[in-house]
Design a protein around this ligand. Structure first.
Ligand SMILES: [Zn+2]
Ligand SMILES: [Zn+2]
Ligand SMILES: [Zn+2]
Length: 277
């Protein structure tokens, strides 16, 4: 089983719309600096399944990435996704679902796993409501802290503190040979989440900002800064990959911040990165 990082950027990706900072400008001419909106694929080529966690606004490019990675010519033309697990309702995490509707691929009965609150949000709001009505997607309710199984992959959604203006937010613990935690978007770490990370083999976690000072409106959109996270997780046995990286984050370029992270043994994820699990 493998994980493919489909998008390692914050919801708006890099370059960000209308931003002309050094990183965004560089990303416009050099794809090594680009980051799509946050999502991962968990797949097993031999067992023939592939689940997306979240459906980002860059869904169509991420489908192509998945086709290239799986390289399954028999399924060419078909969607290579067996289902989508949602974390929450913020635009970078669920807006891509509309690509499953009749204005795009017109998928049939694709399972979308989400909590009760998240499902209610989808049922009440266009265009998601239409996808449900036309059976492009089927809502599969999952409950926080309750394990469910997908082709031998054991998944548990865990509620996490985040800006829940619309619906609740979960991260996922997934168990195959390894214990994996995917927690791209969170306001702050709690003791129980840190414990889960410390007992995981692989943790793909929120690295939106490097420090609290890099964005003037940090208080309105809080995330645990990488500098603090690396201290809290100092000495952990988990392989830690930061994701959901904002364009303001200095780890986007070579320099002391990136060196600091790498020296401590943590990794910055990138689009197209694969991890054996
Ligand atoms: Zn986000
Ligand atoms: Zn920028
Ligand atoms: Zn969010």
């Amino acid at each position: 089983m493998k994980i493919l990082i489909l998008g390692s950027g914050q919801d708006a990706g890099i370059p960000q719309t209308g931003c002309y900072c050094t990183i965004c400008e560089r990303a416009r001419v050099d794809e090594n600096y680009r980051r799509l909106a946050p999502s991962i694929a968990v797949f097993d080529k031999w067992k023939g399944f592939c689940y997306f966690v979240d459906a980002s606004p860059d869904f169509k490019y991420q489908l192509d990435m998945t086709h290239r990675e799986i390289n399954d010519t028999k399924r060419r033309g078909k969607i290579p996704v067996s289902g989508v697990l949602l974390t929450h309702a913020h635009p970078g995490h669920c807006n891509g679902l509309w690509h499953l509707g009749k204005t795009a691929i017109a998928e049939k009965n694709l399972p979308v796993y989400c909590t009760l609150e998240m499902g209610q949000f989808l049922q009440k709001n266009y265009p998601f409501s239409l996808l449900i009505q036309e059976k492009n997607i089927i809502i599969e309710r999952i409950n926080p802290n309750e394990e469910f199984e997908l082709n031998g992959l054991k998944c548990t959604p865990n509620r996490v503190p985040h800006r829940n203006e619309i619906a609740d937010t979960v991260g996922y613990i997934m168990k195959s040979k390894k214990k994996v935690i995917y927690l791209p978007d969170i306001n702050r770490w709690t003791d129980s989440i840190l414990k889960e990370i410390n007992t995981a083999d692989v943790a793909i976690i929120d690295g939106t900002f490097f420090s609290k000072t890099e964005l003037p409106r940090f208080k309105a959109v809080p995330h645990p800064p990488i500098r603090e996270t690396t201290e809290l997780l100092d000495g952990t046995n988990a392989e830690v990959y930061f994701t959901h990286i904002n364009h303001t984050n200095p780890v986007n370029r070579k320099g002391e911040e990136r060196e600091y992270v790498e020296k401590k043994g943590f990794k910055i994820s990138y689009d197209g990165m694969t991890l054996e699990i």
